[in-house]
Design a protein around this ligand. Structure first.
Ligand code: SF4
Length: 364
């Protein structure tokens, strides 16, 4: 089982963000959230079969919590979910919220830290409305390196208004030598509900060219693309995301958290007030075939794509031959250089990954 805990608080709201979070929370709000999280975890029947393979603390900004609040959070997750030595425990952190004491505490529970750098250039972070000085960023990275996490990720954003190709290249180089073994690179897009992004976008050609540059440059440093936006050193892929992409069971807690039980998807309301009031999640009753098609299409974003073995691990998967037949049915509409198709593997090439949306549309 994979667990996701949504911590719905941020210091302030970044201009490009479409995730649900409450800016500038009071200690009372955080305390009430932790009380309700504890109540819900305790009320959930978590038997042996649901032992956590991964736990992901996302948000929002989990690292905004004080040391006391984090201590309480780790205690209740440890008691209720009972992670083992092999459980991957990830947590998102923003550099400006980290102190030496907090990192030491996080290191006692978390084995994979994801640091929201976004850009190494102060003026570009300012454009994103990220509230992090250069000093705070450098200091946080130094402390994260010293804490010696088994794995840590550096989050970057490209196509920020005003960013040049050279700026992007230099961000990539800094991330590649930062010590992080995982780098996520997202193209700033016009997210619904976000202030920034709708106003500015680079051309499709430039976007494609920067994406290629990203793969080449990080690849030259041993950090390889394993999904359209994700790069890692061998063995440092994010297990939580890989499991969820492949249709693994997911149990989410907190406002806006999603769950998947193998057949249905659930989504908690995007509201702290509703969460505190115990509001039930929305249930998405998608048809089994549509669900399988979706899982199949999503993983064509990954370098590994699909093999019969991987497909067999999907809950309630249909026959591999059925998948082959489906893809074969649309192959005439896809340039042959975009897809690797055989009895043993279905994968997109680099150029195919760039046009994943169009291929997914044909499959869905
Ligand atoms: S981008 Fe991250 S830090 Fe900024 S508002 Fe969204 S969740 Fe919070």
């Amino acid at each position: 089982m994979n667990y996701y805990i949504h911590i719905p608080f941020c210091r302030n709201k970044c201009g490009y963000c479409a995730f649900y979070s409450e800016p500038a929370p009071t200690p009372l709000q955080i305390g009430a959230f932790l009380d309700e999280l504890e109540r819900r975890l305790a009320a959930t029947d978590l038997d042996e079969a649901q032992a956590p393979e991964t736990i992901y603390l996302g948000g929002g900004t989990p690292s905004l919590l004080s040391c006391r609040e984090l201590e309480r959070l780790f205690q209740l997750l440890g008691d209720q979910l009972r992670p083992g030595d092999a459980t991957e425990i990830s947590m998102e952190a923003n550099p400006e919220t980290l102190t030496r004491e907090k990192i030491a505490l996080i290191r006692t529970f978390v084995n994979r830290l994801s640091v929201g750098v976004q850009s190494f250039r102060a003026e570009l972070r300012k454009t994103l409305e990220r509230d992090c000085t250069q000093g705070a960023l450098e200091n946080a990275l130094e402390m994260v390196r010293a804490a010696d996490f088994p794995h840590w990720n550096c989050d970057l954003i490209y196509a920020i208004p005003g960013q040049t190709r050279n700026d992007w290249e230099s961000d990539l180089l800094r991330a590649a030598v930062s010590g992080a073994d995982h780098i996520s690179c997202y193209n700033l897009t016009a997210e619904e509900g976000a202030r920034l992004g709708a106003t500015w976008q680079i051309s499709e050609e430039d976007g494609a060219e920067w994406w290629r540059l990203t793969g080449e440059l990080l690849g030259a440093h041993g950090v390889n693309r394993y999904e359209v936006s994700n790069y890692s050193r061998p063995g440092a892929e994010c297990r939580h995301n890989c499991n969820v992409w492949r249709g693994g069971l997911l149990r989410g807690f907190g406002p806006a958290a999603a769950s998947f039980d193998g057949r249905r998807r659930y989504r908690e309301p995007e509201s702290l007030t509703a969460f505190l009031a115990g509001a039930p999640p929305e249930v998405d009753e998608i048809q089994p075939e549509a669900r399988l098609n979706e899982i199949f299409a999503v993983n064509l974003r990954t370098r590994a794509g699909w093999t019969p073995e991987l497909w067999r691990q999907v809950p309630h998967a249909d026959a591999w031959q059925e998948r082959l037949r489906k893809v074969d049915g649309i192959r005439a509409q896809i340039p042959p250089e975009w897809i690797v198709f055989s009895e043993e593997r279905i994968t997109l090439s680099d150029s195919g990954m760039l046009f994943w949306d169009s291929i997914a549309e044909l499959l869905l």
